[in-house]
Write a protein that binds this ligand. Sequence first.
Ligand SMILES: *Cc1c(COP(=O)(O)O)cnc(C)c1O
Length: 382
Amino acid sequence: MIHLETLKSDLFTQNQWRNRLIVESPQGPRIQVAGKTYLSFSSNDYLGLANHPEVKAVAIDSINRDGLGSGASHLVTGHHREHHLFEEALADFLGVEAVLLFSTGYMANLGVVSTLFDKTSSIFEDKLNHASLLDAGLFSNAAFQRYHHVNMADLQRRLADCHQQSRLIVSDGVFSMDGDVAPISELVKTCREYKSDLFIDDAHGFGVLGKRGKGSIEHCGLQIKDVPIFMGTLGKALGSAGAFVAAEKPLIDMLIQRARTYIYTTAMPPALAAAARKSLAIIQEEPWRREQLQQLIKRFRSKAAELNCELLDSATPIQPIIIGDNQRAIELSEGLLQRGIQVSAIRPPTVPKNQARLRITLSALHTEEDVDFLVNCLADLL
Ligand SMILES: *Cc1c(COP(=O)(O)O)cnc(C)c1O
C-alpha cells in the first residue's frame, strides 16, 4: 500500500486536502450546512430541477408503483419499462436512432471508449477534458494523446501523423472547469476530413444550451446526429442521476452486447428514469429556465467585469474566477462563506497547477439580487 501519512502531509502542504460539506437541505439557490443557510453558487443543478415538485412527484409515484431498486442489471431483469420509455423519449427529442442509459456519466464514458476502441486505435483528447474521459482513454489501451485546449491546428497535426485507421476525437461539449464551449463545427469537419470518429460529452451543455435545450451541438448550429457519438448526463441540468449515450442503432446495439460498465452493474432505480423523463418534458415546455439563466449570466459578467479579477470567456452558467494560488483560493472561498455564500475553491489536480479558481455556477432559480450580492461580496474580498 502507498504510505498514507506521507501522502497526507504532501496534500496538506500543497493545500490540496479536501473536506466534504454535509448538506442538510435539498439542492437549490440556498442550501443548509451545519444548521446555517447559505446562498449556493456551487451546484450543477442549472435549471433548478433537483427539487422540482412535479419531478419529485413523478419519482415518488414511480417508487410506489415500481418499487425502489431495479434488482438486477439491464441484461438480466433490471431493464424496467421506465428505463425504456425514457430512452425512447430522449431519442425522439434528440433526433437520433437510439439512446442507451447508463448508471453514471463516468461509466458511460468508460463503456463507450473501451468497447468501441482498442489497442489498434488512436484517441485524441482535448487537454481539459473531464477526468472520466481521460480515464476512458487510458482504460481502452488505445494509443492516447491530448491536444492543446480547443486547438484545431494541433489536433490536425496529430491526426496527420497518425497511422492507425481506427481514430477517435473526444471532447467535452462545455468544459466543466472553464465553462467555454468546444468548437464543435470544426471538430465535425476535422473528424470527417481525417476519417475519425467523434465523441462529445455534453454533461454541462445538455438541457442548458441551444434554443430547445439539446446542448452545445445545437448551440453551435448543428444537429445531434452530425456527431457520431453523443453523451449527456442526468445528474446536472436534469436534476436526477445517471447518463445516456446517443448514436446510430448498430453502435448502441454493440454497447448493449459488450460495454462492461453497462452489463456488469445494477440498473439505476426506475424512479430516476421516470423523474428524468419528467425533467426532459419540463426542459421542452419551459424555455424560460434557459432564458433566465442567460439573463443572469449576462448580469454576472457585466458586473464582475468591474472587479479586480480574471474572468474566463464563458457563455455558460459556469463562470470561474481564476485565482492561481491554492491558499488564496481557499481564503476567498472562506471569506464568501463568512458572508453567507457557498462557492467552491477548485484546485489541482482538478485544474492545472497555479490555476486554482473560484468556480461559480448559476442556476435559473437564482435572482438578480442573489447575483448582485455575490458580486458585492467578491468586490469586498478581491
Ligand atoms: C459530471 C461529468 C461526468 C460524470 O457524470 P456522472 O453522471 O456525474 O458520473 C462526465 N463528464 C463530464 C464532462 C462531467 O462534467
